[in-house]
Design a protein around this ligand. Structure first.
Ligand SMILES: Cc1ncc(COP(=O)(O)O)c(C=O)c1O
Length: 395
């Protein structure tokens, strides 16, 4: 196995993961396979955007972006202008769309770096128009409201915004929208109604004499389920990382005969046993004494806690993997430490690797397992995993 340590400030005595309390391994082969399989679902002229916002859903933005581009991604999607500028500084010259708002003070730098700004309000259109008057030509994407009521120009605002932008030499390269209810349900009538509204908006745009080369709507669920949403670009996040957007999406894909894709989880989150201690029957474990051992037990203390994104709601619920066996979390997860029961793993030793999320031997702890136990979604589990820990590319 090849290990390449990335995103890790090396200083003093740091030697990478040897000094880290926990770390995240990125499976390069899995990521490449996901990009290639997802791309294979598209027909020309549809292109593939790797959504790498939020540190590539916790996987490490620059590293994921570089691998995804080499695997065939055509575009990158980020939330903030800072993320886009960081990718440019890392040498990526591919088209990059900024989904979130771009503050007026950043607009000139962003346009000069040829990042595609999202214009989702008249105010944003005015700000981009005045910045472009200074920087020269720019290409932007209009985000239009079709029912999510999050970001988006109303249908009535689209023509005035486009006119204002055109007067300042700004080209509307893309028009896009985002589905409100495509992942969490097997009833896609609302999403399809949004799609119909989007098509009306495109038709009206053309009737008004404007042209747009990159209309787009599809997130992972739409990409997996509905080719009619693909248009000229799909914006894929969670599936890129080898995760289905939800159980409902998987069930829908199965009923549509579109589940042949074998998504491979990309992230493995690891730590090591810091200490092993024997505990007598009747002793309590951790803050609040929420767990009491009923037999003489052996606990492993792990140097990872909720400050690292190991969610406190997993206290007394989740398992970790040690030597390919499941070790249950005992007591409350602390800020920096977690205790697990290794009574049934007698061979476990200090410094042994521990899998918090991922596969070890025949066993796996999935993002979906942790999400179910913590009352959240797989997106949140991976995105919040160990934000300050090193990301290591394996394979
Ligand atoms: C505008 C936009 N497009 C695409 C995505 C990717 O969504 P998914 O991770 O479900 O593919 C997101 C994620 O939130 C988004 O905000």
């Amino acid at each position: 196995m090849v290990l390449l340590v990335v995103s890790w400030p090396m200083s003093g005595t740091d030697t990478g993961i040897d000094c880290a309390n926990c770390w995240i391994e990125i499976d390069r082969a899995a990521l490449i396979s996901n990009v290639q399989q997802l791309k294979a679902m598209l027909d020309p002229p549809s292109r593939f955007m790797a959504v790498v916002k939020a540190n590539a859903y916790g996987h490490g933005m620059a590293e994921v972006a570089a691998i995804a581009l080499r695997a065939g991604a055509d575009w990158l999607g980020v939330f903030s202008p800072g993320e886009g500028l960081a990718l440019r500084q890392a040498g990526m010259d591919t088209p990059i769309l900024v989904f979130g708002p771009t503050p007026a003070v950043q607009l000139r730098d962003v346009l000069r770096a040829d990042l595609r700004v999202t214009v989702a309000s008249m105010q944003a259109a005015k700000a981009v128009a005045s910045a472009a008057a200074l920087t020269g030509a720019a290409a932007i994407h209009l985000k239009v409201e079709t029912g999510t009521n999050r970001q988006g120009l109303t249908p009535e605002e689209i023509t005035p915004a486009t006119r204002l932008l055109a007067e300042s030499g700004v080209r509307v390269e893309g028009i896009y929208t985002h589905f409100a209810d495509i992942e969490d349900t097997t009833d896609h009538s609302f999403a399809l109604a949004q799609l119909a509204r989007f098509r009306d908006i495109l038709a009206r745009f053309a009737e008004d004499g404007w042209t747009v080369s990159v209309p787009h709507t599809a997130c992972s669920a739409a990409t997996l389920l509905f080719p009619s949403t693909h248009f000229n670009l799909v914006r894929v996040g969670i599936a890129l990382y080898g995760l289905w957007p939800s159980k409902e999406t998987y069930v829908s894909a199965k009923s549509l005969g579109r589940n042949a894709i074998a998504l491979k989880p990309v992230m493995t989150w690891k730590t090591r046993i810091a200490q092993i201690k024997a505990v007598d029957a009747g002793e309590f474990v951790g803050y609040g004494r929420t767990f009491r051992v009923t037999r003489p037990s052996c606990l492993a203390v792990l140097p990872v806690g909720y400050a690292d994104g190991y969610d406190r709601r997993l206290s007394n619920l989740s398992h970790v993997l040690i030597n390919g066996k499941r070790a249950p979390v005992r007591g409350r997860i602390c800020m920096n430490l977690t205790m697990v029961d290794i009574t049934d793993i007698p061979e476990a030793a200090v410094n042994d690797p521990v899998v918090l999320l991922g596969q070890q031997g025949e066993e796996a702890v999935t993002a979906e397992d942790l999400a179910r136990l913590a009352g959240t979604i797989n997106y949140e589990i991976v995105t919040r995993a160990a934000p300050h820990a090193p990301r290591v590319i394996v394979g």
